[in-house]
Design a protein around this ligand. Structure first.
Ligand code: CU
Length: 412
């Protein structure tokens, strides 16, 4: 079954690659909606043409903006516009050897030099012009499929680009949401499995509510010849990938990318928004922050909002927008709650929250005494030496360094 699927994908990708005249420019389509005035003040963007409605502004009359793109975990600033624009985005595919974990190197295939690729933020109704370059040092062609677009292959035929070439194409952001983009050159699973994915946020016309902190996180699974933590340069293992037998499951491409010195940071009382994607190629994420309840989840990054969520599913090739207020200080461990992935395969990060303590929300341990079952003698010795380690913060030991024997001390 998997092999049949792979064969179908390969066939589809070749068909797309051969179909270069399929490059329809969705920009000519009418937006079909009147504008909703934004509450924000105007940005430094060029003045929009005077208009009472946004529909039917020809693409050559749109103001032109160079996209502000960011490497994870940074998020581009809010769009702050009340009109459509032609947003120019530069993407470069680079094959690059980087650290997967301590002592472990891997030759990633990247958009703009890291995994995930840079985050792109546009507004519903914008036309996005992509200048897509494949670095001359690349060994294979690459392309990009924008899940945020409507059109055959998400632009994969239009952007199919040999090493040392540059392609451009345009697509119109018809629908708001948070969307994966990924390479779709055959074998697709290998390109995605080597790290070729990132996120596009298409803000609704009225913008998103203001928050204090925003973070960009993408989970991915990796398949290496050696097992987890085996030192040296590790090659991609196609057989393990087909079996979905991941050696590494990580946030932002590398073990420890958002843990330890790289932990995410906020303050008590902050409203935090996480833009979380899952590049796959195979595994569905049970995304969870230990010690936090998600106040809001934009389910599958669409318009459905769920509240008071503990863990949210993020499909491979999908995303979620997660919001919560930080109530008390501490280190909040970010995991895929398919929990061996967190403590044995790398899917572990931290949000470190600083500020005033609030013991009315959660106390520290108030007492630790010998346990005396009803009618029985006291068991256990004096407190202290026998105290369990379970209260130690899990955050102190990212799986990055400690490998397969990562600690069990984890409090929910
Ligand atoms: Cu590729």
């Amino acid at each position: 079954m998997k092999r049949q699927t792979l064969a179908a994908l390969i066939a589809a990708a070749f068909a797309l690659a051969a179909c270069n005249d399929d490059n329809k420019q969705a920009a000519t389509q009418p937006a079909g909606e009147s504008s909703t005035p934004a509450v924000q003040t105007a940005s430094a963007a060029p003045e929009a043409p005077a208009q009472s409605a946004e529909a039917d502004v020809p693409v050559d009359q749109l103001p032109v903006i160079d996209a502000v793109t960011t490497h994870a975990p940074e998020v581009p600033p809010p769009v702050n516009r009340d009109h459509a624009a032609l947003v120019k985005v530069k993407m470069e595919t680079v094959e690059k050897t980087m650290k997967m974990a301590d002592g472990v190197d891997y030759t990633y295939w990247t958009f703009n030099g890291d995994v995930p690729g840079q985050m792109i933020r546009v507004r519903e109704g914008d036309t996005v012009e992509v200048e897509f370059s494949n670095n001359p040092s690349s060994t294979v062609p690459h392309n990009v499929d924008f899940h945020a677009s409507n059109g055959t292959g998400g632009g994969s035929a239009a952007t199919f680009t040999a090493p040392g070439r540059t392609s451009t194409f345009r697509w119109k952001a018809l629908q708001s949401g948070l969307y994966i983009y990924h390479c779709a050159v055959a074998p697709v699973g290998m390109h995605v499995g080597n790290g070729m994915y990132g996120l596009v946020l298409v803000e609704p016309k009225e913008g998103l509510p203001k928050v204090d902190k925003e973070f960009y996180i993408v989970q991915g699974d990796f398949y290496t010849k050696g097992k987890y933590g085996e030192p040296g340069h590790q090659a991609f293992d196609m057989d393990k990938a087909i079996r979905e037998d991941a050696d590494y499951v990580v946030f932002n491409g590398h073990v420890g990318a958002i843990a330890g010195d790289n932990a995410l940071k906020s303050k008590v009382g902050d409203k935090v928004r996480m833009y979380v994607g899952n590049g796959g190629p195979n595994l569905v994420s049970s995304f969870h922050v230990i010690g936090e309840i998600f106040d809001k989840v934009y389910v599958e990054a669409g318009k459905l909002v769920n509240e008071n969520v503990q863990s949210t599913l993020i499909p491979a090739g999908g995303a979620a927008i997660i919001e919560f207020k930080t109530d008390i200080p501490g280190s909040f461990t970010i995991v895929d709650h398919s929990i061996f992935r967190a403590f044995n395969k790398g899917a572990l990060g931290q949000l470190v929250v600083e500020g005033e303590d609030h013991p009315e929300i959660m106390t520290k341990k108030l007492s630790d005494n010998a346990y005396q079952p009803a009618g029985g003698a006291a068991t256990g010795a004096a407190s202290g030496a026998s105290a369990p380690a379970a209260s130690a913060p899990a955050a102190s030991a990212p799986a990055a360094a400690s490998g397969a024997s990562a600690p069990a001390a984890e409090g929910h």
